[in-house]
Every structure is written in C-alpha cells, then in structure tokens.
Design a protein around this ligand. Sequence first.
Ligand code: IPE
Ligand code: IPE
Ligand code: MG
Ligand code: MG
Ligand code: MG
Length: 299
Amino acid sequence: MPTSFQQFFTECQQRTNRFLSENLPPAIEPAAKLKAAMRYSCLDGGKRVRATLVYATANIFTPAFTSPLIDTAAAAVECIHAYSLIHDDLPAMDNDDLRRGKPTCHRAYDEATAILAGDALQTFAFELLSKACSTDSARLLSIIRHLAAASGSGGMAGGQAMDMDATGQNIDLAVLESVHRHKTGALITASVMMGALAGGASDEEVVFEKLKDYAKSIGLAFQVQDDILDVQSSTEILGKTSGSDISMAKATYVSLLGINGAGNKVSELHQNALSALSGFGGEAEHLRQLAKFIIERKH
Ligand code: IPE
Ligand code: IPE
Ligand code: MG
Ligand code: MG
Ligand code: MG
C-alpha cells in the first residue's frame, strides 16, 4: 500500500472514530444501556471502508478534510453500517457471537437492546445529516435520499431479506448477484455518491455516472471477497466467526462457483472498477487504492 494512501486511510479512520465518539450519545441515563450498546457497536472497531470511500470521492472535488458536511456523511454511513451488522448478527438472522473481535451486541447486552441499538443507530445517522452544516439544502436532501434509499427495502434491508429467503435454497448466480448488490453493494455505492455530493459534484455530471460504475463494481467485489474470507480466513484474523456461511447453509459466491471461480469474479470486478476510473487522473488514485484494498483485504 503506498504511504500516501496508507496515511489518507488512517486519517479517514481517525476522523470517523473521533466524530462518532464525540457525537454519539454518552452512555448516561435515561436509556444508558441502549446508548452504551450503540457506542459499543459503533466505536472500537471496523475498517471504516465506507467512510473512507466518502472522503476519497469527496476529495476528487474538494479537500476532504476541511468540510464538516463530508465528516458528517462519512459518520452517517458508518452508523447505518454498524446497525446493519448488529441486526445481521442476531439469532433471527446469522446468529453470530463475534463481531469486530468482540462479542456481538446481543451477546454483550441482550437481544432487545441489540434490536433497539440498531434502530437507534439508523435514526441517528439521519439526525446527524439533518443537522449538518450546509447552506445548500437541495444537496443535503440528495445526500439523505441516497443514504435512505440504499438502506431500505430497495437496498440493504431488501438484500438482507433476499439473503434470508435464499438460505438453504438452490439459487442461481443471477439471484445471488442481486442479493449481494442489495445487501452490501447498495450502501457502498451510496458512500461514493454521498462523497461526490458532499464534495460539491452535481448528480447530473458525467463523472457521477463513472463513479457510480466504479462503486457498483467494488460493492459487489466487497461481498464476494467477504464470501471468500468466510471460507479461507480464521476467526482470529476476521474478528468474526469463520465458516459461518457454511454452518448457516448460506448461498455464496464460493458455494456456487468454488474458491477459484469466486476469486476470478473478484479480479474481473476489480478490472471493471479501474476501467470506470480511466477518465480520471491522480485525483482518483485513492479510489483506485481502495479498490485494491477491498479485493486484497484479509479481514
Ligand atoms: C462486513 O463489512 C459486512 C459486509 C457487508 C460484508 P466490513 O468488512 O466493512 O466490516 P467492518 O466495518 O470492517 O467491521
Ligand atoms: C453482510 O453479509 C451483509 C450486511 C448487510 C450486514 P454477511 O452476513 O456475510 O456479513 P458478515 O460476514 O456477517 O460480516
Ligand atoms: Mg448475513
Ligand atoms: Mg453475517
Ligand atoms: Mg460474510
């Protein structure tokens, strides 16, 4: 990883962690347990890939570390992501005990608190955005719309519902691709779109479509790589239980294509992502490096 990208990535992670730590409600009464659970699942862990996508895309249009709107968009998408993980781990869904190297939220607290922590993190994301410093309310609304659409029945939650329906079923690749594009790809695509908007781009610009193509490729690649890691990596490295997909009889790229087939798909998607950025110069280098990180990551 080039030093300049490593430094950028670290700064994005630190800014996101600081912003969330300062803005999440302190774990005091009333509802101290709920607030503690929100902080537990949102802080101290996570690669912050989605936040970094917001910053890296915004940085194409404006210096990313000088804008409160960009900080807010990055934090908001991580709140939605943390909520999705809390609910994904629940006994009614993937029934996992470990997340980010710690007991899952419902294990550390209890199931009711975990459900509510997910709910509250979701609304907190939108509360943060609605309070963001921006004189351009149409732009802010568009950012909110992208995040809402990517989170709901047409995005992450819809994909999670499709994932549950597909569990234990023989589904074909086209259906699985749709599951992955919804449950994981949509929020990753929204991160890029939100970054472009927060950085000052207009959604009518041609580059916006190119960025969307890039985002869709890395969004799918992210989940295919997640499927591979579930089989190839260890619980210690992942910070979540490896082999969870097989034990839950999940349909994955590995179960349909095998490890090599899934690996080839990741490489193909990586090339597509780079092609989408071919009209950009050095200003998109962080996005290129992020694509590489996503497909080479080990956890
Ligand atoms: C895990 O996402 C869930 C998926 C969508 C595959 P990440 O691998 O980005 O999880 P954290 O945020 O780094 O823990
Ligand atoms: C995650 O898919 C999708 C979400 C929207 C949270 P997985 O169920 O494969 O994620 P992990 O492997 O538990 O992180
Ligand atoms: Mg799942
Ligand atoms: Mg899971
Ligand atoms: Mg997984």
